[in-house]
Design a protein around this ligand. Structure first.
Ligand code: AMP
Length: 417
């Protein structure tokens, strides 16, 4: 018997209501902020991610699902930002629209060691606003993330923000880290020894206890920010405070990808376990659009992991489902008529189903109970002759004969899908 690949999941019908709740809540909130949905392909040229995330990023080095076909190398997308910037540039949206706000919902793929909250196929809900360097946009994006979390009924999270500054500031920051960490090199973990040469900022993210202790002793203070970047970061903080977003500033928050510049943020939650405490994360990437062939313009986005949102929410929003009406035809003539009645109910927006397994009346009633039907409509020879149905209210067990012309009104709004 086949089994699913480790790190992948079947999302079964009884779990789908919470997924739809999270997705629909997101869609309506994104719409309120005037973000438009975009659906890029799940598969891209691998080079797109190497170029965008950086060759030294862990995702690129260890986690991409690669497909080699003759000369071409493709990758299942590990994240959304690179694809969306590629789509923005390739479809000339920089020329036709200029500033654009997108959101996306869909699966991402990373070859990771599966554990709680860490999967190989997981799902992002994210957004990208492309075409502006205005710090007010950072405020919009971060406060939208905060509003989404509240709408998902998630509490107890911490919004952590930082600024990496412009490309120059980043370079200076790396150089000062290099000077500060040089003497600690022998005590760093093997991964961080490699990071020291290739992507030193990543050391600040390391989960290894001894690296964490060394990093803690560095007393970082954002001294690398130039005047403009420091001013912008102040404006972001002031704006967030003015719209009631609670946040902490941490000079230790760096995010591991090459494309990040300026504001970065991460939303942490204690319920997710020590190795992965982030519900979502994002930041500015003011050099990526140009890097991928577009204009020299700013952009910012974030992504939430849906599986982690569901782990963190005690009461995820779910779509209220309509009450089921279950038709039980007795005999062949009733069965033929039942098909028409089912069609009529559905045409009137009523959630309706019937027995396709030739059950007895008792068996069909038991099935209706299992399905939590609100009403059973029993059709026998008598009812057929009179153009009526016997309508049983499953909560009260009361029965009433109802003519078919009255039926839609009788069932009421509660059964509408
Ligand atoms: P990242 O692109 O790594 O910053 O991811 C953004 C968010 O996606 C994280 O904060 C997690 O909520 C989620 N995420 C990332 N990787 C995984 C994974 N392997 N399994 C489940 N969720 C993930």
């Amino acid at each position: 018997m086949f089994k699913k690949i480790p790190g992948t999941r079947d999302i079964l019908p009884d779990q789908v209501a919470s997924w739809q709740g999270i997705e629909e809540t997101s869609r309506s909130l994104f719409a309120l902020y005037n973000y438009k949905e975009i659906r890029p392909p799940l598969i891209e040229e691998a080079g797109l991610f190497n170029r965008s995330l950086g060759d030294t990023a862990e995702i690129v080095q260890k986690q991409m699902f690669l497909i080699q076909k003759a000369e071409d190398e493709y990758a299942l997308r590990p994240e959304g930002t690179a694809s969306i910037v590629r789509a923005y540039v390739e479809n000339n949206l920089d020329k036709t629209a200029g500033f654009e706000k997108f959101f996306y919902i869909g699966p991402m793929f990373r070859m990771e060691r599966p554990q709680k909250g860490r999967l190989r196929q997981f799902h992002h809900i994210g957004c990208e606003a492309i075409g502006s360097r205005d710090p007010a946009l950072d405020v919009e994006v971060i406060s939208m993330a905060d509003t989404l979390l509240r709408a998902f009924n998630i509490e107890g999270y911490t919004m952590v923000i930082n600024s990496l500054g412009c490309a120059n500031d980043r370079k200076e920051f790396s150089a000062s880290l290099n000077a500060a960490l040089k003497n600690h090199l022998p005590a760093l973990c093997e991964d961080c020894k490699v990071r020291f040469d290739r992507n030193i900022l990543r050391i600040l993210d390391c989960k290894n206890e001894s690296c964490k202790a060394i990093v803690k002793g560095l007393s970082l203070q954002n001294a690398h920010l130039c005047r403009q970047c420091a001013q912008d970061f102040q404006r972001v903080q002031k704006g967030l405070t003015s719209v009631g977003v609670r946040f902490e500033v941490s000079p230790y928050l760096v995010r591991g990808l090459d494309y990040y510049t300026g504001t970065v943020f991460e939303i942490k939650h204690h319920n997710l376990g020590p190795q992965q405490d982030a519900l979502g994360a994002g930041g500015r990437y003011d050099t990526l659009v140009k890097e991928l062939g577009g204009p020299d313009t700013g952009a910012i986005g974030f992504a939430f992991g849906v599986e982690r949102l569901l782990l963190a929410s005690h009461n995820p929003p779910s779509r209220p489902s309509a009450k089921l009406v279950y038709i039980i035809p007795l005999g062949d003539a009733a069965r033929e008529h039942g098909i028409i009645l089912l069609h009529t109910l559905r045409k009137n927006g009523i959630l309706a189903d019937t027995d396709y397994e030739n059950r007895s009346l008792k068996g069909a009633m038991r099935r209706a109970n299992d399905l939590q039907a609100a009403f059973c409509l029993i059709i026998g020879d008598d009812e057929l002759k009179k153009n009526t149905v016997m309508c049983k209210n499953m909560a009260t067990s009361k029965q009433k004969e109802v003519t078919e012309s009255e039926l839609i009104n009788f069932l009421g709004a509660g059964c509408r899908g």
